[in-house]
Design a protein around this ligand. Structure first.
Ligand code: IMP
Length: 548
């Protein structure tokens, strides 16, 4: 090997003198006052290069001075409520029911329960989220001594847990007489027997007034699954559950309001008169955040609804939308929106832009709205078009505080519906736009059947007006591949975002926003061939395994 001095001359002329290497930073500062890459305004100058979406640009790397695990993702979802991770699941009937909402909240995000169902069913789902994880369960499901084994089996299937206290009257604040657990009924072969035949009566209880720490200790020592808390007369006042203790250990990021042990519950409603009644039921069930679900949120209906909610339920945070322009956003912010949802036509099952000729490419839409809303302290959700971790980070870099996902989560175990095998042998789950003919016809059929609560009150009003004689689809109906459980998938997304922010050189979403705002975080446009280069290319075959 020969070593020459001229090897690194590159684009310099052959007689240029090399500079002293120790002066590299000084030279950079003096001679290159403009940072490498584009600032956000230049990147998004739509006069120059059209309106951009996530795949059209990249974020330039910064300096890594900390481990990825140091990156925190705490972020506001409304003016008053913050989450530990910026991930939301969409209010769609193939994405978010109570099971998804519970798991998204346990993992530090939020699932918004859809409203394509009766108000009673939706309220029941909210109730399940609020009851799911508690220190003391203040409103446990209680049964009476007359309840049959068959009824207990049904309750277990409905609630997803199997330990029920038995009181004389079958209500809270009545004398505790026993507890029936899954194990008690598992092999009992007479379903008509009353629970008194199978329940345990050697009860360990704790007195009302016991602290959570003390009660936890009793539960640990007793090796029982449930600890009933009773008053001085032996009446049941609350319940503590061992599985909740372990859940607390396993879900350190869980979304809860300060001073509450319950998960945060969010649900969507429409903007019709009947939705006011629906909201009352949801609030009774414990709702914390309501999402006004319209594809075009800048309407007299939404503004009136927003004001009505603010007047009647000031304790509930309202996320309004969807919007893609500053002007739309300004109306909703002025009417009191606590958060905004941004996106029109970017959803994976969406044909709005094609059919209605309205919408906006998502990266630009997010930036235009979020940078305006930030001036009023209103956090924004980048909703739709998220296909991978990179898109999440780009949505956040455009100014969003959180992202909302439909298709990406629809293939998980926690979404509604069963898996089935597609024609090419892959395991898939159904996923449909709420403006697809399928989803709208479900509502219309219910409407004609005259079953009122399920019918005129079911929710696809987002895309369909009762007087419409012809249904115009804004979405499609299809399927998405199996993604396993969100308990694995969401931690993968979180770790991916942490690594990405580390590459960019920021320790938090706040630092990301600050860096983009003060133009220290830089971007680059991506040509078509740059996009091809950034994807796997030139391999004969490969398997794309995203995490293990
Ligand atoms: P995805 O994550 O790309 O699948 O997009 C989910 C988002 O698409 C939802 O949160 C809605 O904003 C939007 N969306 C849902 N259904 C429809 C539809 O039928 N047409 C247009 N957009 C839809």
């Amino acid at each position: 090997m020969t070593i020459t001095n001229g090897d690194a001359r590159g684009l310099l002329s052959s007689n240029t003198e090399f500079l002293d290497h120790t002066k590299a930073l000084e030279v950079l500062e003096k001679e290159y006052p403009e940072r490498d890459g584009l600032d956000i305004e230049t990147l998004l100058d739509s006069d120059k290069h059209g309106a951009l979406t996530y795949n059209d640009f990249l974020i330039l790397p910064g300096y890594i001075g900390f481990p990825a695990s140091d990156v925190t993702l705490e972020t506001p979802v409304t003016k008053r409520i913050s989450l530990k991770t910026p991930l939301l699941s969409s209010p769609m009937d193939t994405v978010t029911e109570h099971n998804m909402a519970i798991h998204m909240a346990l993992l530090g995000g939020l699932g918004v329960i859809h409203h394509n169902c009766s108000p009673e069913d939706q309220a029941e789902m909210v109730r399940k989220v609020k009851r799911y994880e508690n220190g003391f369960i203040l409103d446990p499901v209680v049964i009476s001594p007359k309840t049959t084994v068959a009824e207990v089996r049904k309750l277990k299937a409905t609630w997803g847990f199997g330990g029920f206290p038995v009181t004389e009257k079958g209500t809270l604040r009545s004398k505790l007489v026993g507890i029936v657990t899954s194990r008690d009924i598992q092999f009992h072969n007479n379903d008509d027997d009353e629970v008194t035949k199978v329940m345990s009566t050697d009860l360990i209880t704790a007195p009302a007034g016991t602290t959570l720490a003390e009660a936890n200790q009793v539960l640990r020592d007793s090796k029982k699954g449930k600890l009933p808390i009773v008053d001085s007369e032996g009446n049941l006042v609350s319940l503590l559950s061992r599985s909740d203790l372990t859940k607390n250990l396993h879900y350190p990021l869980a979304s809860k309001l300060p001073h509450s042990k319950q998960l945060i519950a969010a649900a969507a409603i429409g903007t019709r008169e009947a939705d006011k009644e629906r909201l009352k039921l949801l609030v009774d069930a414990g709702l914390d955040i309501v999402v006004l679900d319209s594809s075009q949120g800048n309407s007299v209906y939404q503004l009136e609804m927003l004001k009505w909610i603010k007047q009647n339920f000031p304790q509930i945070d309202v996320i309004a939308g969807n919007v893609v322009t500053r002007e739309q956003a300004a109306n909703l912010i002025a009417a009191g929106a606590d958060g905004l949802r941004i996106g029109m036509g970017s959803g994976s099952a969406c044909i709005t832009q094609e059919v209605m000729a309205v919408g906006r490419p998502q990266a630009l839409a997010v930036h235009r709205v979020a940078s305006f809303a930030a001036r009023f302290g209103v956090p924004c959700i980048a909703d739709g078009g998220i296909q991978n971790v990179g898109h999440i980070v780009k949505g956040l870099a455009m100014g969003a505080s959180t992202v909302m996902m439909g298709g990406l989560l629809a293939g998980t175990t926690e979404s509604p519906g069963e898996y089935f095998v597609s024609n090419n042998g892959q395991l898939v789950k159904a996923y449909r736009g709420m403006g697809s003919i399928d989803a709208m016809e479900d509502k219309k059929a219910a409407g004609k059947s005259g079953k009122d609560s399920k019918a005129s009150n079911a929710g696809t009003a987002r895309y369909f007006s009762e007087k419409d004689r012809v249904l115009v689809a804004q979405g499609v109906s299809g399927s998405v591949v199996d993604r396993g459980s969100v308990t694995k998938f969401v931690p993968y997304l979180i770790a991916g975002i942490q690594h990405s922010l580390q590459d960019i050189g920021v320790r938090s979403i706040k630092e990301l926003h600050d860096g983009v705002y003060n133009k220290t975080i830089r971007f680059e446009m991506r040509s078509g061939s740059a996009q091809a280069e950034g994807n796997v290319h030139g391999l004969h075959s490969y398997e794309k395994k995203l995490y293990s």
